[in-house]
Design a protein around this ligand. Structure first.
Ligand SMILES: [Zn+2]
Length: 400
């Protein structure tokens, strides 16, 4: 028998009915739907450490290892419980899906893990899950990269950086890497002949009927190589498939292949540098990553040659000029327009001598944007400090 404050001292009388000594307290009753919303929104992962909570991390056994944690505690005496309390304490907006370890951590130290901080953590986790899982098959892309030797370095693209740069797209399969390393250093005699063969073979495979690219309908190009090789490669690609070009930004310490965003795009202009005496002798200077110096031209480009130049407006050309997709697109638009203008001014022009100071993606698009058989053959030069200027390297868009 339990003693009661209203017990009568008179033993002969039966005790009066009493209230139970422990008052029933309200208990958290999270609705089934709320629980489903919480688990689905968190993708079954701890909203603190991102661990998946429905498989044991060591044994791999299935089970529910998740805890539904209140941000503002169910009880006013609990962690963060004194704060401006939500109308429905069991609403999904006041719950986090957590592992037991992190649940204990946040409830043991409510002063460190404040309501505002936890709400932000939940918001960020759920937004990330939403973004990542919204990617459908239409966002797949086929990735192509080059592996080359430049000087004594082997240059190839890091997979993680590709993944970062592609977002919101994602690679369909393992990137196709065209490897030029075994055909020796670029300046050896047969390099470009062998490289052209290798490009032809690999690119033909890329566009094969029934191949991955036919399924994804989108190509992403990550290429860093000597400029003439990039132009050759760009020209071998088909402009019938939607293609994105990426650049390695040396100014970034991490995720170097991710385009910058948000600045006013660079604008490009074109001008005639000089008028030559022979109508079919024409050169084009591309001053994007560095300014043009007339003394870098080979002596064969004499007074017969008319010279045109594409250059950035209101800014001096420099190595990090192309930072955004829009910068590249602005260059491409100017380049295509100038090719047409040159052909108008020089009807029947068969060959155009090209003197590029450009970053890698600009070189690729210079080849890519050439119309086969319509645009003139490009005679491509490379600016070599060791040779004191431009040296003829190869031709693309041959007409025979
Ligand atoms: Zn956790």
């Amino acid at each position: 028998m339990v003693a009661s404050p209203i017990d009568s001292p008179t033993l002969s009388q039966p005790p009066a009915p009493v209230a139970p000594p422990v008052y029933p307290v309200a208990r958290s009753k999270i609705k089934r739907l709320t629980e489903l919303l919480l688990v689905a929104g968190a993708a079954g992962r701890c909203e603190f450490c991102n661990e998946f909570l429905y498989t044991h991390p060591i044994t791999g056994e299935s089970g529910n290892f998740a805890e539904n944690a209140h941000i503002v505690a169910f009880s006013t005496l609990g962690p963060r419980g004194f704060e401006d309390r939500p109308t429905d304490i069991d609403d999904v907006s006041n719950l986090m899906l957590l592992c037991a370890r992190d649940h204990k951590l946040i409830d043991d130290h409510p002063e460190r893990y404040t309501r505002a901080m936890l709400e932000q953590r939940k918001r960020e986790h759920e937004a990330r899950i939403k973004r990542v899982t919204a990617i459908g098959p239409a966002m797949q892309t086929t990735v192509v990269t080059l592996k080359v030797q430049i000087g004594s370095d082997i240059v190839h693209v890091n997979r993680r950086e590709i993944f970062e740069a592609l977002q919101p797209r994602y690679p369909a399969d393992n990137p196709l890497e065209i490897d030029f390393v075994d055909i020796g250093p670029e300046r050896s005699g047969a390099f470009y002949e062998l490289a052209a063969e290798r490009i032809q073979k690999n690119v033909a495979r890329l566009y094969d009927t029934g191949g991955e690219l036919e399924r994804t309908g989108h190509l992403s190009v990550f290429a860093l190589a000597p400029i003439p090789l990039l132009m050759l490669f760009g020209h071998a690609l088909s402009n019938k498939v939607s293609t994105d070009f990426f650049q390695c930004h040396r100014t970034r310490s991490d995720n170097r292949w991710t385009w910058y965003e948000g600045d006013t795009p660079v604008r490009f202009s074109a001008r005639q540098l000089r008028q030559g005496t022979a109508p079919h002798c024409v050169g084009l200077v591309l001053s994007v990553s560095g300014p043009f110096a007339a003394e870098s031209l080979p002596s064969s480009i004499d007074e017969r040659y008319t010279l045109y130049e594409i250059y950035p407006r209101d800014i001096v050309p420099h190595r990090s000029l192309i930072r955004q997709r829009d910068d590249l697109e602005a260059f491409r638009a100017r380049y295509r327009a100038l090719l047409a203008e040159i052909q108008q001014d020089h009807p029947g022009l068969r060959e155009l001598h090209l003197f590029p100071a450009v970053p890698a993606p600009v070189a690729v698009t210079c080849g890519f944007d050439l119309l086969p058989k319509v645009d003139p053959t490009l005679i491509i030069y490379d600016n070599l400090a060791t040779e004191g200027g431009f040296v003829q390297r190869l031709k693309v868009n041959l007409h025979e």
